[in-house]
Design a protein around this ligand. Structure first.
Ligand code: URP
Ligand code: ZN
Ligand code: ZN
Length: 459
């Protein structure tokens, strides 16, 4: 099977050119003006933008969490991602405290194997670091291609590890060539504030927000940054939301330190005023949405190179699941759906509104996740030899987000009624047309587990 994409405006992190792309099998074979090749299928991309497939390195599919499971499974979640121009996701395995990492990997494989439509990988969340866990790190990196290890400084009593475990894990991960990613908020402070608000009968979603003030994130981000400085382990802060936390990373640059930072689309465009609404549970996530001043900081952080990745932390729950916490904010399953919306929201709110350039868009949504997590240049760019994961995008098409038309397995949208400019039209995954004319053309099982290389400490 061969394919020729004609006359598209091809955008990568560092180039912008009108040219043709010739694809044979799963990879790109040639890029150039007026290529004289014969292909079994031709796509005219005149007037369209052509991006590398998006990579969302922070999603939670079919995940057991807070007494329920996130509502998108590997099939619905990766298919919805493709509709939105994301061809690969990195999901999180959660070790059960007291069990091995291998047991967790087996459990996650049981749910994901053969079920993905799009490509995927896993981060391994270490929730119980001990002498046995320590012995498993090398094998995960070298044999399984799982090279990043997630830690939680919050969710006390469930997922949180203490600083002693964190330091031990960092030393081992550094030795084996991996990277630590972290949910950086102060779990003890949050635990105290949640208990205090509950004792005072303050139980609405607003108190979820008020139990996780900015200082809880700034403090933990600084502590994590200090620990990575001390151990020399490459570090990546997931879902960073606010000025205080980004300033911790900024300060670390003064001692020549580099910590990678991911924010998520929601923290750039929606704010904490939503918690005042009757349906505020839709946006109960951790960390919570912040203030307008934090959005300004994050957009600036992207342009300053302090924030390298825009992900989603897609962790959807249906309204009925959110109602588990109707009388108590601490029982609302944390997370919101966005896997399908990230690329179009970031284009519309970022590029179209002049906040970021086209190259920066590709850098934070496609290229940097591939570089940081050990998949570049196979993924994250359009180049000869790379996987033909390609998005053809109409920059002028207007459309409206709605739960009635989205493909995620959730009965509301956190962005209902948002009018966007720019739409994903055609998506290729490893040379196959995955999305065309608003239909998914590939099946469950096409999505491949991508073994990752050792991570980068520089990009
Ligand atoms: O609210 C969130 N973020 N849910 C998913 C788990 C996590 O902390 O990433
Ligand atoms: Zn988190
Ligand atoms: Zn998450």
């Amino acid at each position: 099977m061969s394919l020729l994409i004609k006359n598209g405006r091809i955008i990568t992190a560092d180039a912008d050119q009108v040219a043709d792309i010739f694809i044979e099998g799963e990879t790109v074979k040639a890029i150039g003006k007026d290529l004289s090749v014969k292909a079994s299928k031709e796509i005219d991309a005149s007037g369209k933008l052509v991006f590398p497939g998006g990579i969302d390195p922070h999603v939670h599919l079919d995940m057991p969490f807070m007494g329920t499971f996130s509502s998108d499974n590997y099939e619905t979640g990766t298919r919805a991602a493709l509709f939105g121009g994301t061809t690969m996701v990195i999901d999180f395995i959660l070790q059960k405290q007291g069990n091995s990492l291998q047991a967790a990997l087996d459990e996650w494989r049981g749910r994901s194997n053969g079920n993905c439509v799009g490509d995927y990988s896993f981060h391994m969340a270490v929730t119980d670091f001990n002498d046995n866990t320590k012995k498993e790190i090398k094998g995960l990196i070298e044999n399984e291609g799982i090279t990043s290890f997630k830690t939680f400084m919050a969710y006390k009593g469930a997922l949180m590890i203490d600083d002693r475990q964190m330091i031990g894990l960092m030393e081992e991960v550094k030795k084996c060539g991996g990277l630590i990613n972290v949910h950086a908020t102060n779990g003890d402070m949050i635990d105290y504030l949640v208990a205090k608000h509950r004792a005072e009968g303050k139980l609405s979603p607003l108190y979820h927000y008020l139990s996780q003030p900015e200082i809880t994130e700034a403090e933990a981000s600084e502590r994590f940054t200090d620990m990575t400085f001390y151990t020399g382990c490459p570090g990546y802060i997931v879902h960073l939301t606010c000025e205080g936390a980004l300033n911790a990373v900024r300060n670390a640059t003064k001692r020549n330190q580099k910590v990678f930072v991911e924010t998520c689309i929601q923290y750039l465009i929606i704010d904490a005023s939503l918690y005042q609404r009757e349906d505020g549970a839709k946006w109960v996530m951790s960390p919570p949405l912040r203030e307008k001043k934090d959005q300004e900081t994050l957009w600036a952080g992207i342009n300053q190179g302090l924030v390298q990745v825009v992900a989603t932390d897609h962790c959807p729950f249906k309204w009925e699941q959110k109602l588990m916490g109707k009388d108590d904010f601490s029982k609302i399953p944390n997370g919101h759906p966005a896997i399908e919306n990230r690329m179009e929201l970031l284009y519309s709110e970022g590029v179209n509104k002049g906040r970021i350039t086209l190259n920066k868009y590709v850098e934070v949504a496609c290229t940097n996740p591939a570089k940081i997590f050990g998949m570049f240049p196979r993924k994250g760019t359009i180049a000869v030899g790379s996987d033909a994961d390609i998005v053809i995008f109409d920059p002028g098409e207007k459309h409206t987000i709605s739960a009635k038309t989205h493909h995620m397995n959730v009965d509301y949208s956190g962005y209902e009624g948002w009018e966007l400019t720019g739409k994903v039209k055609t998506v290729l995954l490893r040379g196959k047309v995955a999305i065309e004319n608003n239909h998914c053309k590939i099946d469950r099982g096409y999505g491949k587990f991508i073994k990752r290389n050792k991570v980068a400490d520089k990009i």
